[in-house]
Design a protein around this ligand. Structure first.
Ligand code: PEP
Length: 255
């Protein structure tokens, strides 16, 4: 049985005061809510603040990206080692905004993944097709290609214990256009089938596959009712506590 996992990707939003308030209220909510695993991925400047504020709640706190190098001349960047050093436990890797705005390639994804895993961080590996690719009938080819690259050379044990996958169709991120449950399920099922083929049935049935792309309180339950959708990676609707809590409630089994 896979425990649902819903993660907030705050991108470059919120400030110290808003984050204090959000974390205090989320901590209180999590005192008696354990049906969903919770993740919070703030801008890296605020990682230590969020790590402290959510300590003991069971929430996973992680970075939105990281450099693979341990240190060096990379102005403006943060190393996987630094993310671990401030007590964060995870990082997103390969988010479409990183791929599209910052030019990250599949090779960059692998380098970041390896550094993050070596530093003891768990990873959420993001894959997803653009609208043009979907319209050209290339969704499966693109998503499975990114998946194969992102998982290359990982052992079944590492994938089962340290890796979460996020299917995020680029055309649905921040656009208000959500994939229908059928569209999401179709891609999630093909990701899980590829996992089974490459890494075995046990890994395939244990691995969490989140859906991301305009998930909101009013569509989270129908998406997560799909048999292969195990969670959500949420941008816009994770920025207000009330909306995030509604997502967590809506994402619990049987909601
Ligand atoms: C995301 O940033 O991963 C995301 C899915 O954003 P949104 O929920 O705003 O579409």
């Amino acid at each position: 049985m896979r425990k649902p996992y819903i993660a907030a990707n705050w991108k470059m939003n919120l400030d110290a005061d808003a984050i204090d308030e959000f974390c205090a209220e989320l901590s209180e909510f999590l005192l008696d809510f354990d049906a969903v695993r919770v993740g919070v991925f703030p801008p890296s400047l605020y990682l230590p603040q969020v790590v402290r504020a959510l300590a003991g709640t069971g929430a996973v706190v992680g970075a939105q990206s990281c450099r693979p190098e341990a240190s060096g001349a990379f102005t403006g960047e943060i190393a996987a080692r630094m993310v671990a050093d401030v007590g964060a436990k995870a990082t997103l890797i390969g988010h479409s905004e990183r791929r599209q705005i910052f030019g990250e390639t599949d090779a960059d994804v692998v380098a970041r993944r390896d550094a993050a895993l070596a530093e003891g961080l768990d990873v959420i590996l993001c894959v997803g097709e653009t609208l043009e690719e979907r319209e050209a009938g290339r969704t499966n080819e693109v998503v499975i290609g990114q998946l194969e690259a992102a998982l290359a050379d990982l052992t079944p044990d590492v994938v089962r214990e340290r890796v979460t996958l996020a299917y995020e169709p680029v055309w649905a991120i921040g656009t208000g256009k959500t994939a229908t449950p059928d569209q999401a399920q179709e891609v999630h099922a093909s990701i899980r089938a590829r996992l089974a083929e490459g890494l075995g049935g046990e890994v395939a049935s244990a691995t969490i596959i989140q859906y991301g792309g305009s998930v909101k309180p009013d569509n989270v339950s129908e998406l997560m009712a799909c048999p292969d959708v195990d969670g959500a990676l949420v941008g816009g609707a994770s920025l207000q506590l009330e909306s995030f809590v509604a997502l967590l409630r809506g994402g619990q089994p049987g909601a």
